[in-house]
Design a binder for this molecule. Structure first.
Ligand code: NAP
Ligand code: GLV
Ligand code: GLV
Length: 327
């Protein structure tokens, strides 16, 4: 029997590639970057499966270029806003993602960003390297206490709840906003209180974003929302850049509507709104939320298993469009 043909858009950890190689004819892109559009369109031709990254836009044109054999698009990420899922469903193509295995790793990074901006770690590092450290000073680099502060979590899913668990150890008050209220036992266990978005923005000392990027969450945090936050508050975004209006955020940070921000994601990656680069009260990371050795290996295995199971005619464990099975 013919082995299914698969294209992997960029080298991922070997643990995943090995699984795909066992079951499929595989081409792994040898291009060390985001594939140029023309190359992507050419490489997907006649494939049964594609294993792609969040930096690949997989839209109608790509599915059309792949042709009628395409049965599965396995994303090497939990967020799948880079894929036109509706179009895939219409075409009977399964879409999968990598939930769960990166939850704690991403929450760790969000926590690290929160601590870094609150305690001015990056500014301090630059200060020491610049040879400006003259010894302990009463007023040197004063910041904000995280311990005992109020954390506002936007999107109380896997990563949002992992933030709430961390907050217990810091004796924080935890507020959350989500489309649906969490079950009572979850609220009680995580000592988390539901708030509307405006309430959360007005009460929280740290606001951390953990919703997916959808039509509804695009610019969820814009000028109006930033103005609702406390002057002493901080915004942390490890979800997706376009959830925050980056231009409005620059103004907020310049004019002191809020005290600081920490970002792992940007509106037009890899570009960064130029104003952000000039500000000291923002910590910037290059989309490394899930970037631990262990987690990236687990994501590779998960993406590979999803792909292989779908190609064998099974229901992949992390199918994001189960409607496709009803067709
Ligand atoms: P999740 O478990 O699905 O959690 C997302 C939560 O947001 C869910 O509770 C969801 O509710 C809620 N939500 C969806 N739309 C909403 C809206 N319009 N308003 C309020 N709440 C809304 O996902 P996760 O695993 O925690 O991941 C969250 C996101 O983090 C991913 O989508 C991805 O974009 C991002 N991420 C980034 C990195 C990084 O490297 N920086 C790493 C991993 C993930 P429902 O379940 O009811 O829809
Ligand atoms: C990373 O951003 C992911 O969605 O997995
Ligand atoms: C600071 O180093 C202190 O001892 O208070």
């Amino acid at each position: 029997m013919r082995k299914p043909s698969v294209f992997i858009t960029r080298r991922i950890p070997e643990e995943g590639i090995r699984i795909v190689i066992e079951h499929c004819e595989v081409e792994v892109s040898d291009y060390d970057g985001v594939l140029p559009r023309e190359t992507l369109l050419k490489k997907v031709r006649n494939r049964d499966g594609i294993l792609c990254l969040l930096t690949d836009t997989i839209d109608r044109e790509v599915m059309e270029a792949a042709g009628p054999n395409l049965r599965v698009i396995a994303n090497y990420a939990v967020g799948y806003n880079n894929i036109d899922v509706e179009e895939a469903t219409r075409r009977g193509i399964m879409v999968t993602n990598t939930p769960g295995v990166l939850t704690e790793t991403t929450a760790d990074l969000a926590w690290a960003l929160m601590m870094s901006v609150a305690r001015r770690i990056v500014e301090g590092d630059k200060f020491v390297r610049a040879g400006r450290f003259r010894g302990w000073e009463p007023m040197l680099l004063l910041g904000t206490d995280v311990y005992g502060a109020t954390l506002g979590i936007i999107g109380f899913g896997r990563i949002g709840q992992a933030m709430a668990r961390r907050a217990q150890g810091f004796n924080m008050r935890v507020l959350y906003y989500d489309l649906v209220r969490a079950p009572f036992h979850v609220e009680r266990e995580l000592r988390a209180e539901f708030r509307t978005l405006p309430e959360l923005l007005q009460e929280a000392d740290f606001v951390s974003i953990h919703v997916p990027l959808t039509k509804d969450t695009y610019h969820l945090i814009g000028e109006k929302e930033l103005r609702m936050m406390k002057k002493e508050a901080y915004l942390i975004n490890t979800a997706r850049g376009p959830i925050v209006d980056e231009k409005a955020l620059v103004t907020a940070l310049q004019e002191g509507w809020i005290r600081g921000a920490a970002l792992d994601v940007f509106e037009n990656e890899p570009e960064v709104e130029p104003g952000l680069l000039e500000l000291d009260n923002v910590v910037l990371a290059p989309h490394i939320g899930s970037a631990s050795y262990a987690t990236r290996a687990k994501m590779a295995i998960m993406a590979a298993e999803n792909l292989v199971r779908a190609l064998r005619g099974e229901i992949p464990p992390n199918l994001v469009n189960p409607e496709v099975l009803k067709r």
